[in-house]
Ligand binder design. Structure first.
Ligand code: SAM
Length: 317
């Protein structure tokens, strides 16, 4: 099963170039075999220039070997390591599978820890984002789209009648546990964030969702967000700034608006991840029927977006 490649051939067994540990990748699509690094050392690529360079080269070599016309044997990659035909579908699958480890990102556990200095900055900015969200004029009926494991849901459920939706059941199960632990109630249902609103509410929140809306659909989504709201209703979003210490230590640098995400078990998914600039979001919100638009940052890690639904709404597209 030897793989042909000019510069960095795939190795079925090897000693890790960094720590010397013997390792045998599970399949020819495992980056370890292309990088000649064991999973632990590959996991430190975010902190080390040599490991990062090996990771980048391994990704390029693997892609070249899979390209049409390559002399390397064709290998059917296992689920979760394919190039995404539909990155939205792959993103749904990724977040369903990631649900049990999703909060590790917020808590900077395991692969998501970047050392005490970066982690303290993260914690301070996360606290800032929470205080900012809590300071908004939530009341009445509140809808949370793409609510995930419900990190922000207790804060919203304390302020109004919360309906928290996500396309995946697995993260919602964890959101339910979180709300119960806080002694709070909410309506939790599977619902696509792109589904047309079935009522108008007083507040709409989406955490780390706008960055999963591809550029060509941003206005479409914001007009839909506007249709969720009664005139004068509050829209808010928290999202990502492009800081290298934000994701997993073994994350692959994003290419354009696509990113490769890895789970703890090594499965990989290609998803949409757009790092919108504050001015882009500001302009798009104004175009989409919002007023009193404010787009701020916490410094390194988070975007804070708020706006008020203006007038009778822009109507359906
Ligand atoms: C980055 S997570 C954010 C979770 C949560 N909002 C937070 O701030 O922690 C993105 C979430 O979007 C969900 N998702 C992906 N595609 C979706 C869609 N089309 N409609 C609704 N939710 C979707 C995923 O299941 C995942 O829970």
């Amino acid at each position: 099963m030897a793989q042909a490649s000019a510069n960095m051939p795939f190795r079925e067994t090897f000693s890790c170039l960094w720590c010397g540990r013997p390792w045998a990748p599970r399949s020819p699509t495992d980056l370890e075999g292309w990088a000649q690094l064991c999973p632990d050392c590959l996991g430190k690529a975010g902190d080390n220039a040599f490991l990062r360079a090996r990771l980048r080269a391994a990704i390029a070599e693997r892609a070249a070997a899979a390209a049409p016309g390559s002399t390397a044997p064709t290998v059917e990659p296992p689920t979760g390591t394919r190039r995404a035909a539909d990155p939205d579908a792959e993103m749904r699958a990724y977040y369903a599978a990631r649900a049990p480890e999703f909060d590790d990102w917020y808590l900077r556990r395991g692969r998501y820890s970047h050392g005490p200095i970066h982690d303290a900055a993260w914690q301070a900015e996360l606290d800032h984002a929470g205080r900012w969200l809590d300071g908004l004029p939530w009341r009445g009926q509140i809808v949370e789209l793409a609510a995930g494991t419900g990190w922000w849901s207790p804060l919203l459920a304390e302020r109004g009648e919360l309906s928290a939706y996500d396309v995946n059941e697995a993260p919602l199960d964890l959101a339910r546990e979180r709300l119960v632990a806080h002694g709070l109630r909410a309506h939790l249902h599977v619902r696509d964030a792109w589904a047309e609103p079935d009522r108008a509410v007083d507040g709409l929140f989406a955490g780390f969702w706008l960055s999963h809306v591809r550029r060509g659909r941003l206005d479409e989504f914001l007009r839909l967000a506007r249709r969720w709201l009664k005139p004068g209703g509050t829209f808010a979003a928290i999202d990502s700034l492009p800081d290298a210490q934000s994701g997993a230590a073994d994350r692959v640098a994003p290419e354009g608006d696509r990113a490769i995400r890895r789970l703890g078990d090594g499965r990989e998914f290609t998803i949409v991840k757009v790092f919108y600039r504050p001015d882009e979001l500001h302009a798009a919100l104004l175009r989409s029927g919002f007023t009193e638009v404010e787009v701020a940052t916490t410094g390194r890690f988070f975007l804070l977006v708020r706006a008020v639904a203006h007038g009778p709404g822009p109507g359906t597209p």
